[in-house]
Design a binder for this molecule. Sequence first.
Ligand code: ADP
Length: 482
Amino acid sequence: MQIIQVASELTPIAKVGGLGDVLMGLSRELEWKGHDPLVIIPFYGVINADQLKEDGRKEWFETFPYGKSLKASISFYRVNGIRIGLLDTEDGYFRKRRTIYGDGDEITCFILFARAVAEWILATQRSPDVIHAHDWQTALLPALCRLYDHEKRLAKVRYLFTVHNFEYQGFCHGHDLERVGVHPDSFGTLLQDPERSCLNLVKAGLLSADYTTTVSPTYAHEVVEGIEARGLKTIVHSIQDRFEGILNGVDYSYWNPEVDHFLVERYAAHQGARVVLEAKRNNREVLSHQIGIPFRPEKPFIASVTRLVYQKGVDLLHNLFSRAEEFDIQGILLGSVPDPRTERLFAELDTKLRSEGRGAIFLMSDEPFAHRVYAAADLFVVPSIFEPCGLTQLIALKYGTTPIVRHTGGLADTIIDIDTPSASANGFCFDSPDDTSLNEAFCRALKHLREPVVREEVMLRGMLQDFSWHKPCNRYISLYQS
Ligand code: ADP
């Protein structure tokens, strides 16, 4: 099958969070299973050309965003073996962007992107089997393809839409679309938000795709129940027979301590617990020197790698790390996208932790650094208020770092509390999004670290559990074909 995946992120060339990982992981698995995926993203200025392997081809076409023709192109490359196409316009609109999100013109940027992708598919007379759009940035793609397809050449295409987070729906107004020549009236009431007096791109995606997925079964249930639907409950109910949650996978050719070139010492579960713990200790020693904190291997080492936003339980993280001395632990937190207040708060925490010799906070996004953190830590904290899937707890498992998570969304689908009689138990869970509940789970985790036999067994079990793309990809393939 020919599958065109369209999104705003792709790991490693344009990554902000899990979306980029999903695009790369799912595409690689599709290719391994004999399909023909092609990922299209904008040619952002932040893309590092060194990571691209040129395919040599470039296709020119015309787009009409401003009432007149604008030349645009898709340049083809390979990244990690996957075919990708980068969309560029002659006026350099995407290349001029300094960040993927947050330049203040996101709606216009991604409507232009979706419109140009639709025009490219039609101009080059492609007829893929599937067009798979991801999140609000590309939610309008199915409707745009149908609108521009006067000759009904795409009549047999199957349109899939995946919502990675219902928090972000692409709220906008008519003038945002008209700025790039897309007239909301062309779609009737498709774009009208059901509760607010604005337009809603995700709503349009839900109603125009043939099938919609989100990224874990429990989150899908929470959306259907209205807990996480963010105003789209009635819309989701109207498509309930073509809506489901498929758990994201992890790309183990990339997130795997056995082959991870960012680590000073690689390791694998089959080497046994002693070797794994020794390698983790060595990774911790080097990391501690690199980041300028004392190496104290006798102290439990906790970590978090996250976007520092409300969703991720930012206050809970702050309070937990603040108490490092009291808990007699060390900690490292790598957090991106802070607002100025959060940035200040965590910068102060960094000063406190460093002065106590208890750890450090890094306010940035750094992929190689993230790999080293997963490998060095003993415990990994994910106290999300809500969580569509969550990849960090799954990556932590693979790196032998026991997760402590709040029981919600995809975290509830993947982490089973050690203090339950399950043979798959792999971490610690807590229910309420408050400090008391987190502290209770955290204290149980510290106690667990002091019981070497159980600890080693749970660590190796987590490393061996299969959260790869194999099963989820099979489900996507059957949805593509049905
Ligand atoms: P989300 O997509 O909501 O941010 P996920 O858990 O689905 O959360 O995916 C997070 C991905 O982004 C993981 O690959 C994680 O390692 C990475 N990540 C998150 N924050 C950072 C950061 N500050 N630096 C490097 N990588 C990060």
